[in-house]
Every structure is written in structure tokens, then in C-alpha cells.
Design a protein around this ligand. Structure first.
Ligand code: NAD
Length: 473
């Protein structure tokens, strides 16, 4: 496929005006497929009705979390399993929330998207269904929020971009890691220029999923099947999206090209042989996925990003999280920060100082964590970042503001799935990352250091149900 394809003709500007939605700050040039989505916003919404599609391991927790957001009502839910919906019906009722309309069956998401009782479709389905459900939602005139990775192929990335531009609806990837405390601390430091000229980042997804991948709770073993069929990095966004925010990707810089290399594989197969009895089909599964994929991305401005993927070996969890600039560095797992002090410039350091790290952490703490961190921690969900992510998009819709992540962020980060696989298969040949913004990245404004106003949103602490939404990432 030609990665610079732009073959979609639409007449979206009129539709945007009709719907009360418009592109605001940092507008790029209007392209052939419709108006650009940088800075896109809609009229303020004071009751946001959400339809959740897929109430599996991620989705049921999302449904409960959403029902703790001020100004948000879960109005509909959908799954192929009626018993999963029944469990959520009971939870909503026990916790005094209004009932949500239920949709059951493999195509029932279409009726949910078409319903006049839904404004936002919150998509927690398997990877194979993200595009089908997410695009259907946009075409039905709904804002479309999609779990990670929102798109698995380049064609899907383009289709999301073209459909969002044409339908003039928000399309956001639900990348919760952009709201992690350390990630937002890094963003805050980058915004203030504390690290100097940003040069290099390291990130990734290192999560031993050997037990999880064979779990029969995944319908049709969808996650296993994807890793049987694909090599490269098929889960790049947890590490990459926060780095892209720090590096102003699609807002002043852009991902240019990548090279990727796969290690040997076999760790999942070893695990299956050691775990499952003779005759079990799981012993015979053969994965294309390598034990480790290492991808290096270069941005147009010359910054480099190392992205790791390792879900099959006995390594403790890490998203690595290193952002390095000419005047300092922040890295996580565990958190360590160094910022050069002018009087000690020539002094070569061999280790980080715990004291200085703590001082810098306090000084640059992101306001979202300062104001809502405690509440978010009580709700749970990866220590609170899931709630902060949902609170931010809800706040932006409430106020009629652009969302923190747009459809170009979705496309440029998800493009790594297919491109890393291609590069690794070709002996690490460089693969160009398409400019999904069609030049809009040059004039779009970078993200600020953003917050929410709980009082204005009508936040009611009595609606928080403690600890209901914790899970492994
Ligand atoms: N952001 C995060 O931290 C995070 C963490 C875990 C999972 N995820 C993502 O969430 C998504 C779901 O993962 P999961 O672990 O919950 O998987 P899961 O299999 O537990 O959940 C998927 C749900 O979708 C339902 N479903 C399948 N086909 C459907 C259809 N046609 N219509 C409606 N529902 C359908 C399934 O029955 C299931 O309940 C994936 O994209 C995954 O990558 C994100």
C-alpha cells in the first residue's frame, strides 16, 4: 500500500458548521478529504451519554469508572455475552446509577451507535474489532473513543483519519498512560523547558503476559491469534504516546521513519510446553511474535525514540519512560531525575540523587495529579491514570474544548504496528511513517499543561466507589 495515499473526497466543512463543531487553534491546511481535525472542538455538552461496547476485562472496569465521572451517564452497553451485561446491570443498580440500555450480539454495536441516546461510543472490544466499531460510531455521528492500539493496520489508520475529517467527530485513542503520574511529570518538565532541547526518548511495553495470553476468558483467544499471525511491535502506544506528547508530535514535530528488529522467539511456546498437559492445543500454538521487538523512530526534527516490546519473557513490568534533553533527563521504573545546575555543569555524574529527584518531582508535579490524584487513586485503574484520562476528555467535552489526543495521534502511533512488522521482516529496512496531518503538524499548537475544574463539572465525592476499577495494565 502507498503510505502517502489521500484518496478520499468529502465535503465536511458544511457538516461541521451544521453540527456546531469547528477546528479551532492551530488549524492546518484544508486537505482533500475534509477539514483538518487539529484543534477540533464541539459545542459544550453538559450531560454526556456514553455507550460502552465490550464489557470484558477492560470494558467492565471502564463502565464503572465512567459512571463515577461528573456529567457523564452510561446510557448503553453492548457485548456478545448477555451475562457480562447482566453483571454490569446489577452493579449500576446496586450503586444507584440509571439503567443502561443493553445490546447483545456480534452486530448489536451498530444499533447502539445508531441510538439517539448515545453521544460517545467507548470501544473496549478486541483489536480485530476496533476499526469496525470505531468507524461505525463516527459514521453514525458519534464521538468515537477507542482502546489501544486503536488501529492495527495502515489502512485502518487512514480510514480513521479520513472518516473523522469527513464526519467532524472527535476520534481519540484511549491511551491512559499519557495520564500516568510520571508521564505527566515529564510532560510538565518538557513544557517548561527544564530538560533543554529534547533529543532522545526510550519507552516500551514490557509486561510478562505468558499466563494471560492463553486465558480462555478472551473470546476466540483473539489476543493470542493476533500474536500468532504478526511479528514486530503490536502494542506500541503505552510507551510511545506519552513521548509523542513531550516531543510535540503532530504539533510542531512529526514521526518520520522507523527501523525495527525482532529477536528470536519461542518464549510463549516454552511456557505452553511447561504449563499445559500433553494433548492440549495450546502446546501446539506457534507464534510469529518475537520475544523482543526493538524499534527506533526518528522524528522530522531529528529526535530519536526507542520503543521496546516484550510480553513473553520473565522481566518485571516497565514502560521504561526516559526523556532526555541537553540539560537533563527524567526516567522511571523507578523515577529518577537529573537537571543540570549551571555551577556544576562540568561535573560528570555517575548516579542520580534521590533527594534531587524528590525536589524536582515536587516542583514540577502536573496540576492534574495535584488536584485530582487522590480521588483518581481511590477510584483505581492503574493507580488512577485511567480516571484522569476519562476525566480530561469529559472535561473537554463539557467545556467545548479540543481533546488532548486527536485522530492524527491515533494514526501516527498505531502505524508502528504494521510498519515495525514490515521493517523487521525486511532485515530492518527503514519504513516511512505517513504524515497523517498532511502538513498540519507544522502549525498545530503543542499541548499545554492542562487541568480540570471539578466544581464546574459538578463533581460529587459521594459517587466515588472505592477500588472498583483496579487491574493490571
Ligand atoms: N489501556 C489499557 O491499559 C488496557 C488494558 C487492558 C486492555 N486494553 C485494551 O482493551 C481492549 C479489550 O481488552 P480486554 O482485555 O478487555 O479483552 P476482553 O476479551 O476481556 O474484552 C473484550 C470484550 O469485547 C466483547 N466483544 C467481542 N466481540 C464483540 C462484538 N462484536 N460486539 C460487542 N462486544 C464484543 C467480548 O465479549 C469481551 O467482553 C483491547 O483493545 C486491549 O488492548 C487496554
Amino acid at each position: 500500500m502507498n503510505t502517502s495515499r489521500r484518496d478520499f473526497i468529502g465535503a465536511a466543512v458544511g457538516a461541521a458548521i451544521a453540527s456546531g463543531c469547528a477546528s479551532g487553534r492551530g488549524i492546518g491546511k484544508v486537505g482533500v478529504s475534509g477539514a483538518p481535525m487539529q484543534g477540533f472542538s464541539c459545542a459544550p455538552m453538559h450531560e454526556i451519554r456514553v455507550g460502552v461496547v465490550g464489557v470484558g476485562m477492560r470494558g467492565w472496569r471502564a463502565l464503572r469508572r465512567l459512571s463515577m465521572l461528573p456529567g457523564v451517564r452510561v446510557s448503553a452497553m453492548c457485548d456478545i455475552f448477555a451475562d457480562r451485561l447482566a453483571k454490569e446491570r446489577a452493579w449500576l443498580s446496586e450503586n444507584g446509577r440509571p439503567a443502561a440500555k443493553e445490546y447483545v450480539g456480534p452486530e448489536a454495536y451498530k444499533a447502539l451507535c445508531d441510538s439517539s441516546d448515545v453521544d460517545v461510543v467507548y470501544n473496549c472490544t478486541p483489536w480485530q474489532l476496533h476499526a469496525a466499531v470505531g468507524l461505525y460510531a463516527l459514521r453514525a455521528g458519534k464521538h468515537s473513543l477507542v482502546e489501544v492500539p486503536a488501529a492495527m493496520t495502515l489502512d485502518e489508520c487512514w480510514e480513521f483519519v479520513e472518516t473523522a475529517e469527513k464526519t467532524r467527530r472527535h476520534c481519540m485513542q484511549l491511551e491512559n498512560c499519557c495520564y500516568g503520574e510520571d508521564e505527566l511529570l515529564a510532560l510538565s518538565m518538557c513544557r517548561k523547558g527544564v530538560l533543554g532541547t529534547l533529543t532522545h526518548a526510550e519507552c516500551g511495553y514490557v509486561h510478562d503476559r505468558r499466563a494471560g495470553i492463553f486465558d480462555d476468558a478472551y473470546p476466540d483467544h483473539w489476543r493470542l491469534k493476533w500474536n500468532v499471525a504478526h511479528a514486530g511491535n503490536q502494542y506500541p502506544t503505552h510507551g510511545l504516546c506519552p513521548v509523542c506528547q513531550c516531543f510535540d508530535v503532530n504539533r510542531g514535530d512529526r514521526l518520520d521513519y522507523l527501523v525495527s528488529v525482532d529477536s528470536l522467539g519461542g518464549a510463549y511456546e516454552d511456557y505452553a510446553r511447561e504449563t499445559f498437559p500433553e494433548g492440549d492445543w495450546k502446546r501446539d500454538v506457534r507464534f510469529r511474535m518475537a520475544n523482543v521487538n526493538t524499534t527506533v523512530i526518528r522524528t522530522v526534527k531529528g529526535r530519536t525514540i526507542l520503543v521496546n516490546h516484550d510480553v513473553a519473557t520473565a522481566r518485571p513490568y516497565t514502560r521504561c519512560n526516559l526523556i532526555s534533553g541537553t540539560k537533563g533527563v527524567i526516567r522511571a521504573y523507578p523515577l529518577r531525575i537529573h537537571v543540570e545546575e549551571p555551577e556544576r555543569r562540568a561535573q560528570h555524574l555517575t548516579e542520580f540523587s534521590a533527594e534531587r529527584t524528590e525536589d524536582l518531582r515536587r516542583l514540577h508535579r502536573h496540576p492534574l495529579w495535584a488536584t485530582v490524584g487522590k480521588i483518581a487513586g481511590e477510584v483505581g485503574g492503574h493507580g488512577g491514570m485511567d480516571y484522569l484520562m476519562d476525566l480530561r476528555w469529559a472535561w473537554c467535552l463539557h467545556e467545548g474544548l479540543p481533546l488532548d489526543m486527536d485522530v492524527y495521534d491515533l494514526a501516527s502511533t498505531c502505524a508502528v504496528c504494521e510498519l515495525s512488522e514490515r521493517s523487521a521482516a525486511s532485515g530492518s529496512h527503514p519504513e516511512e511513517i505517513p504524515d497523517f496531518t498532511r502538513g498540519g503538524w507544522k502549525s498545530a499548537s503543542p499541548l499545554g499543561i492542562e487541568d480540570v475544574d471539578l466544581v464546574k463539572m459538578g463533581f460529587d465525592p459521594s459517587r466515588i466507589v472505592s477500588g472498583g476499577a483496579e487491574m493490571n495494565i
